[in-house]
Design a protein around this ligand. Structure first.
Ligand SMILES: NC(=[NH2+])NCCC[C@H](N)C(=O)O
Length: 579
């Protein structure tokens, strides 16, 4: 149920009837205090100013026209002309009752189905996946899940970095290592070390450096031997990423990989397009687009090199080709990119050029959703103790091991294999929730103790809250599916919980529009807290509770469990039936 939209439509209609031009809009917001009701419409104020009339009188006119009969129990004008809306308990209860069996938690499928192309994860295959890619993977996956749940057509694009000059050095080194009888899987077990070795040879041995450069050229011209080596390298590197995806429970598969090399055949065409349109000009032998739109303070246009003087292409050229494909072939209504904030200028440049070149039409939205850096406890970018890159698989294994210690202490009645399963969900959930619950664009400090705490806004807290709700049914010996009785909202705590449950779709909508998963995290934490308050104030299984109250409260509990499970699932976090 989109409550905000429903109220907006009603208030808008009343405003029109009161002869307020449509452009002023109803501006529906959640009320900040209980005494101001549940929602507040703030649109009249601006209109009154514009029409030079008394805002209160205008608000009264609107309220007279406002038809919220069944929905609201009270409408009040407050302050200079705010309209406070108090929702009707029986209307709220009715919505919950209608959707008691709805697995979609009363979320309607999107009326306008958009094609959303989502670029996320996208690690560089020359090296091990690092924490920056962890953020992109987790955040991107949460948004993909949310958009799909809404019913949009989502196309994942894992824009893996599998091309570029460093691959000459890597395959030249791989060739030597393989000649020494080593197996590629073993040689590439640790990509970081392999890269370092190759780089060292490249810097110290000029013969090797020459060979590396020669291999770059050969690779580009389709030399079979070099291509075979490259393919072998890429294949193993991709499987490293897949190991991370599997541990993380993200929805990316091999089919979603559309790496940089996939656009090689389009790069010449991109340069041709931009030259033909007068966008790219020759500058010192290179092909450059100068963007006035992104000029610096001194007014110098922002230069974007799309082809080097030697003929080589760049990161931006590939991104332009990718965007041409996404615009013209995939016909994306929304293009979403989950990439580190440090690539903001690059993205702006690509977006500006793509628009000018007509690769995407005006109505296609281009969105870079940047994220901040994950920091270590020392406040510096997250590294291993020796200053190296943290291997993601090891980080995730540590999360699971730490969760296992906690679960083994708490859940002594469960078997070893049950404990392991829970530890996996809790450990991975903790890493994800800690990341997703932060405002996307801010940096944050990675801290094991706080993310694994069973108190506060953490995955373990929410997962445990979910399990506790489920245990009410076990304790009562009732199959939750048999709960189909009327929800009655008598107590304030029941009403508050019911309202929160009905706000799930509004939250989801905002998460999808702004690509901000932390809104869902916050929502779920508030929901769990409201449930705890409800549970304390409104006993369910105590002997003196009437049968109707008991059933109604069980139905509310069932609803809460459903929304918690669905919300966590949309964040990519699994729940446990026992814990
Ligand atoms: N279309 C894109 N540029 N996607 C992001 C790619 C990220 C890049 N491979 C990196 O690791 O920095």
């Amino acid at each position: 149920m989109k409550i905000k939209q429903l109220l907006a439509e009603k208030v808008q209609a009343a405003m029109l009837a009161a002869e307020i031009p449509e452009s002023f809009g109803p501006h529906i917001a959640l009320s900040k205090q209980v005494k101001f009701g549940d929602y507040q419409a703030n649109g009249v104020l601006g209109a009154a100013k514009h029409l030079k009339t008394n805002p209160r009188a205008l608000a009264e006119k609107v309220v007279q026209q406002l038809d919220l009969n069944e929905i609201a129990s009270k409408i009040e004008i407050a302050g200079p002309g705010f309209i406070n809306i108090f929702l009707n308990e029986s209307w709220l209860a009715k919505q919950l009752n209608i959707h008691i069996d709805d697995p979609r938690c009363s979320v309607a499928p999107a009326k306008i189905k958009q094609t959303c192309v989502v670029d996320y994860s996208s690690p560089n295959l020359a090296k091990e996946m690092h924490v920056g890619h962890l953020r992109s993977t987790i955040i991107g996956d949460a948004i993909v899940r949310a958009l799909e749940f809404q019913g949009h057509n989502v196309i994942r694009q894992n824009h893996m970095g599998d091309w570029g000059t460093q691959f000459g050095m890597l395959i030249a080194h791989l060739e030597t290592v393989l000649a020494d009888q080593s197996v590629a899987e073993v040689a590439l077990a640790d990509l970081e070390t392999f890269y370092r070795e190759a780089k060292k040879r490249f810097d110290e041995d000029s013969e090797f450096a020459d060979k590396s450069r020669e291999y770059v050229v050969k690779l580009q011209s389709g030399d079979a031997r070099c291509e075979a080596l490259w393919k072998e390298f890429i294949d193993i590197s991709v499987s490293h990423s897949e190991e991370v995806y599997e541990k993380l429970n993200v929805t990316l598969t091999r089919d979603d990989i559309k790496p940089e090399s996939a656009y090689n055949a389009m790069l010449n065409e991109v340069v041709r397009d931009l030259k033909a349109q007068g966008l790219a000009v020759e500058d010192q032998g290179a092909q450059v687009v100068f963007l006035e739109e992104l000029a610096d303070k001194e007014g110098n246009p922002s230069p974007v090199i799309i082809q080097k003087s030697g003929g080589g292409f760049l990161y931006a050229t590939t991104d332009l080709a990718a965007l041409k494909y996404r615009g013209q072939t995939l016909q994306a209504d929304r293009n979403l990119y989950f990439i580190d904030a440090r690539q903001s200028l690059h993205m702006q440049q690509v977006f500006t050029i793509a628009r000018k070149a007509g690769y995407v039409t005006e109505d296609m939205s281009l969105e870079h959703h940047p994220f901040g850096t994950m920091m270590g406890s020392d406040g510096k970018p997250f590294k291993t103790r020796s200053g190296g890159t943290v291997k993601l698989v090891e980080l995730l294994d540590e999360a699971i091991a730490r969760a296992k210690t906690l679960i083994a202490e708490r859940s002594t009645d469960l078997s070893e294999s049950e404990q392991n399963d829970i530890a996996r969900k809790v450990g991975i959930g903790a890493v994800k929730f800690a990341d997703l619950s932060k405002h996307r664009s801010s940096d944050y400090i990675f801290n094991w103790d706080s993310m694994l705490s069973f108190e506060g806004a953490t995955a373990p807290y929410l997962q445990y809250a979910y399990t506790r709700i489920r245990s009410i049914f076990t304790k009562a010996g009732i199959d939750e599916k048999a709960i189909d009785s009327e929800i009655l909202l008598k107590m304030a705590q029941e009403r508050a919980l019911a309202l929160k449950l009905m706000q799930f779709e509004d939250t989801l909508e905002q998460v999808c529009l702004e690509a901000q998963p932390h809104l869902m995290c916050l929502y779920l934490y508030e929901l769990a807290s409201l449930f705890m308050t409800f549970y304390e104030a409104c006993p369910i299984l105590k002997p003196d509770v009437t049968e109707n109250d008991k059933k109604s409260r069980l139905a509310l509990s069932r609803w809460t469990a459903k929304v918690m499970r669905t919300g966590l699932h949309l964040l990519g976090i699994e729940t446990n039936e026992r814990m």
